[in-house]
Design a protein around this ligand. Structure first.
Ligand SMILES: [Zn+2]
Length: 176
């Protein structure tokens, strides 16, 4: 459904598996550590259930909310006040209404923003970054069973997307 997703998916599967095979041959102990860490990371995640406003789009997302959420001042996130949690591509499952998703892209067209055709709410976006691979940005406001307490207890990372410095915090964050 996204930016030639099959290709991105294939690329990631090949890259990840190749990395593990090479790691297993060169450094078996290191390989085990990575595998155990991955397993541990998986167990820290909670499966949240989300939906758009009209309920047409429904999805599940595996998120370790204690890893934090993110707000950004780029032209898109600022206008939509998009509060998100990043997950890898296997952590999102659209359980209903996928044919009601419509897409929006702008600028470098590196990120696909998905909206419900009926109510206009954006449940998630999809992109690819060198350090993250293919990722989904889940709209935390669409997670129906994430408690406000759990959301507020998680750290928030602020990104200066407006100046293409996603790694640093913008000078002003109060309006995001
Ligand atoms: Zn909707």
């Amino acid at each position: 459904m996204a930016i030639s997703k099959e290709n991105l998916w294939l690329k990631k599967v090949v890259t990840v598996n190749l990395t593990f095979v090479i790691a297993a041959i060169i450094k078996p102990k290191g390989y085990l550590t990575i595998r155990l860490y991955t397993l541990l990371e998986e167990t820290m995640k909670t499966t949240y259930h989300g939906s758009c406003h009209c309920g047409t789009i429904r999805f599940e997302a595996d998120i370790d909310i204690d890893q934090g959420t993110s707000k950004c001042n780029c032209s898109f996130c600022a206008k939509t006040r998009f509060w998100k949690a990043f997950v890898d591509e296997n952590a999102l499952r659209v359980t209903s209404g996928s044919n009601y998703l419509t897409e929006y892209q702008f600028g470098g067209r590196t990120i696909v923003h998905f909206f419900c055709r009926t109510c206009g709410v954006k449940p998630f976006g999809c992109g690819e970054a060198p350090d993250m691979g293919v990722f989904y940005a889940i709209n935390v406001a669409c997670l129906d069973d994430l408690t406000v307490d759990d959301l507020l207890n998680a750290p928030v990372e602020y990104q200066d997307g407006r100046h293409d410095h996603w790694e640093r915090q913008p000078a002003e964050i109060r309006h995001l």
